[in-house]
Design a protein around this ligand. Structure first.
Ligand code: 2BA
Length: 109
């Protein structure tokens, strides 16, 4: 068994979770925050048999879009205040950042 952890945009979470549910996968949704933008995103956890992993990843790929997001105040002074100008920076986020982990043991008690 594998555990798929996928970090996705909040906006994509409902379509992804609905489609995974429709295809019979169990899903847990976690509210998370990106370390760079410091804004909310969604992490989903899916436990699945190894042969089903490509199907899960395909659903995530189909339902997650890339988006441009602005980081309004990137302080390039490194916190020193020297040349402390703030510049808006645009970054491309997503579709999804996916980790596939081995599961040593899985039980429902
Ligand atoms: P954030 O950390 O808020 O990053 C949002 C987007 O900002 C990233 O999109 C990337 O385009 C950009 N970015 C991140 N760090 C950067 C940096 N040091 N310099 C310049 N640009 C940077 P994605 O790569 O699609 O990542 C989306 C979210 O996925 C991330 O949100 C983070 O929550 C998660 N993530 C990405 N890579 C990860 C990793 N290696 N480990 C854990 N979480 C990760």
């Amino acid at each position: 068994m594998k555990l798929i952890l996928a970090i996705i945009s909040d906006e994509d979470s409902n379509p992804v979770i609905s489609e995974l549910g429709k295809e019979g996968f169990g899903v847990t949704k976690l509210c998370s925050t990106g370390g760079f933008l410091r804004s909310g995103n969604t992490t989903i956890m899916v436990g699945a048999d190894e042969e089903k992993v490509p199907e899960v990843i395909d659903i995530i790929k189909r339902k997650c879009k890339t988006r441009k997001k602005a980081m309004p105040n990137l302080d390039l002074s490194g916190g020193t205040g020297v040349m402390g100008m703030a510049f808006p920076v645009e970054v491309t986020v997503g579709g999804a950042t996916v980790f596939v982990l081995n599961v040593e043991r899985f039980e429902k008690l």
